[in-house]
Design a protein around this ligand. Structure first.
Ligand SMILES: Nc1nc(=O)c2c([nH]1)NC[C@@H]1CN(c3ccc(C(=O)N[C@@H](CCC(=O)O)C(=O)O)cc3)C=[N+]21
Length: 288
């Protein structure tokens, strides 16, 4: 069987086209959305992600504000940069690129972000809003996953979704998103403490692998025809000292599935598209 590819790259491109129109409307009303990034240090992976976000912004007409600090920046200096973007009216949404250097209290930095400018949707206030069902920015990767499933008409209501991984950016909030009335999925949240992982994954109509454990999900665990979304991105050294990203799902598991969001080209590009969406929605909220 050949699975239908949940093409996140193409879907994200379509979403950017859509956003371009909304941005133009805001701009006509004198409210150009602006995405800010705060990058600390010179990790090449993080720098590449941030550069990609600014490229995305340029494509849809969002202005971007880039704050780069040296790896030696103190927590107070980072907090100052956060306060600066909170106060900047040109910045309608922003992110603090993670991870922050060791020794910096990331929780303290993230809490200082104005929740209404939180483009990641990961501020405690916004995670609280998600639990309560109050409108606010949603976490980008979970939102991207739901959007991708919707656009390919993968049934979500009543489906059994097995999420592997309880991280704060993906697994934990995804369970909250999928169990809302509007999605109506049944979610099993598995993690490193799960006793018999294969027995859960085998029951899944939809598997979301977000454990950061390369090759964790193998073909024998996948119910034939199930949707499998690979969210794992583990950096490994490849040829010539270049780093290469490895997913959580083996390629033979892709063959058993009915739908596959591959890595790369699946959920990653959707995450970036949802970041833009959060910035545009924040600007629309500010204008309303
Ligand atoms: N404040 C903050 N917000 C984030 O959203 C955030 C972060 N920090 N720190 C790092 C992680 C990682 N992340 C990715 C986003 C897109 C791809 C993506 O588009 N990946 C491509 C492949 C990219 C490649 O090959 O390098 C794909 O899956 O097709 C990957 C990873 C966002 N993160």
């Amino acid at each position: 069987m050949t699975a239908t590819i949940l093409d996140g790259k193409a879907t994200a491109a379509a979403i950017r086209v859509d956003l371009t129109g909304r941005v133009a409307k805001l701009a006509a009303a004198g409210r150009v959305p602006g995405l800010g990034t705060i990058l600390v240090g010179d990790d090449p992976g993080s720098a590449a992600y941030v550069a990609g976000k600014h490229r995305d912004c340029a494509e849809v007409g969002i202005s971007s504000i880039r704050v780069d600090l040296p790896g030696s920046a103190t927590e107070d200096e980072i907090l100052e940069a956060v306060d600066g973007l909170n106060a900047d009216p040109a910045c309608t949404g922003y992110i603090v690129q993670l991870p922050l250097p060791s020794g910096v209290d990331a929780g303290r930095v993230l809490e200082r972000v104005d929740p209404d400018k939180d483009a990641d949707g990961l501020h405690p206030t916004n995670l609280g809003r998600l639990v309560l069902g109050v409108d606010g920015p949603l976490p980008c990767t979970p939102r991207g996953i739901v959007e991708l499933l919707r656009r390919y008409d993968v049934p979500i209501a009543g489906a059994h979704v097995v999420v592997v991984g309880r991280g704060v950016t993906v697994g934990r909030p995804l369970g909250l998103l999928l169990t809302r009335k509007s999605e109506n999925a049944t979610v099993t949240l598995c993690h490193t403490g799960t006793r018999d992982l294969p027995s859960y994954v085998r029951q899944a109509d939809i598997v979301v692998a977000a454990a950061g454990n390369p090759g964790l999900i193998t073909a024998d665990m996948v119910k034939p025809g199930a949707a499998v979304l690979d969210v794992g991105t583990t950096r490994a050294s490849g040829e010539g000292g270049k780093t290469r990203l490895i997913g959580d799902v083996t390629k033979d598991a892709y063959e058993v599935a009915g739908f596959v969001a591959p890595m790369p080209g699946g959920v990653g590009p959707m995450t970036r598209a949802m970041l833009l969406t959060n910035v545009v929605e924040a600007a629309e909220r500010f204008s309303a």
